[in-house]
Write a protein that binds this ligand. Structure first.
Ligand code: F3S
Length: 402
């Protein structure tokens, strides 16, 4: 990989051990993927924040970097951590975990990252522009930035996103290059039963699994921004893709040449079969209902609060968690109050990266991404019931009498 003189000097350690380590990581990645050089980035998003996922080894690595003077050189946000700062005890998080989590956050704060732990920074004004090069870990954020906004990022790991944030550059390969952003397969979504509003997370699992790493061009759906967020998260979890185009919706769709591409069709039958496969538990076994994977938007929270207003809590043995960013929660105090009659609006965390298994065995979800991680990947060793938002909220509430 070609480096400038200034980059070479960082690699030789002229700017200290932290910058040197970060540069070594970028060069190793660039060499591995055949990058010709580094490219400047405008922002970064770093994962590897929860103590549940990085444990003692990750904490030590972060503290060492912070001690060596690592500081980010571009605006950088953090993914969710392992607990809500105010509700961690009710979540079943123990004191040891809580304290270790606080140490992780202190290390990131020392390095200058913004202390807003969310996987949807694009919902709270931390969004790149079309064409910006960025370095994003967190597959759900990465796929939304590439697809919904037209920014350019590879699917970074936590350490490589942090290295890029420190140097202010990333290796120029993969989705930073025009040739890798072209559609490679056409997906026709032909749904009769759910034509108006498809179950986007479920359709996303089918596409993700079918195309794996190829860039799909999707026809037959008109997702809103929230749908795109949930659609993309499911695709990225069930496949390894980080970019999709939707006919007439996403910003790079109009530039695609579809001639001669392989075609895949998705029908009602596929969607019904996948929806059945997502659940390995019944609704009446659920002891936690969790929404917000990816983190909920203002509109989604308002919709849920509106549904719950005028209803009363039933089934006190079933917890209800709604995960979002603290910026969204703080902007909706009235709605949060309504929801808090039924459960908790959690900030800075989510059901996947918290030790959910401490307190719960069966989770009710409307997120196919969360279902993937909590069952297939074994995060939290949960059994799950997959249902619609309305179905799940109706399970823990009923219209007030009179
Ligand atoms: Fe976000 Fe947690 Fe899901 S980080 S995308 S809510 S697994």
């Amino acid at each position: 990989m070609h480096l400038t003189h200034a980059e070479e000097r960082i690699l030789q350690g002229e700017k200290g051990p932290a910058q040197q380590r970060a540069m070594e990581m970028l060069v190793a990645l660039g060499d591995l993927f055949g990058a010709e050089g580094l490219i400047p980035i405008t922002s970064a998003h770093v994962s590897g924040v929860s103590y549940k996922t990085i444990r003692e080894g990750g904490l030590r690595w972060l503290k060492d970097l912070a001690r060596e003077g690592a500081v980010v050189s571009v605006p950088s946000t953090l993914n969710p951590c392992g607990r809500d700062p105010n509700h961690w005890e009710e979540m079943g998080v123990d004191l040891h975990f809580h304290e270790r989590q606080s140490e992780i956050l202190r290390a990131y704060a020392k390095m200058g990252l913004e202390m807003l732990c969310t996987c949807t920074p694009f919902l709270i004004g931390r969004s790149p522009d079309f064409g910006d090069h960025v370095a994003s870990a967190e597959s759900a954020n990465c796929i939304f930035l590439n697809s919904g906004i037209g920014a350019r990022t590879n699917r970074e790991g936590g350490p490589s996103a942090l290295a890029a944030a420190i140097i202010g550059k990333t290796a120029n390969y993969g989705l930073h290059l025009d040739e890798n952003r072209k559609a490679q397969v056409v997906v026709e979504v032909k749904l009769e039963k759910e034509r108006k509003h498809p179950d986007f997370p479920v359709v996303g699992t089918i596409i993700g699994e079918a195309v794996e790493t190829k860039v799909p061009y999707i026809r037959g759906v008109s997702p809103s921004d929230d749908d795109l967020k949930n659609f993309g998260a499911a695709m990225a979890a069930w496949g390894s893709l980080s970019l999709f185009h939707v006919d007439g919706v996403t910003p790079e769709a109009a530039d695609q040449d579809l001639a001669g591409l392989e075609r895949i069709t998705i029908t009602d039958k596929d969607v019904e079969a996948r929806r059945r496969e997502l659940s390995d538990a019944r609704l009446d076994e659920v002891d936690l209902i969790a929404f917000g994977c990816p983190h909920l938007s203002v509109e989604e929270l308002i919709d849920m609060a509106t549904f719950l207003e005028g209803r009363e809590r039933i089934r006190p043995g079933v917890d209800l968690w709604l995960s979002t960013s603290r910026v969204v929660a703080q902007s909706l105090r009235k709605e949060v109050q309504v929801i808090e009659r039924f459960g908790h609006v959690l900030v800075d965390t989510c059901q996947v990266v918290t030790p959910v298994e401490n307190k719960h065995k069966v989770t009710g979800l409307n997120s196919a991404k969360a279902a993937f991680y909590m069952v297939k990947e074994g995060f939290g060793s949960q059994r799950v019931f997959y249902g619609s938002t309305e179905e799940l909220l109706s399970w823990v509430s009923r219209p007030k009498a009179g």
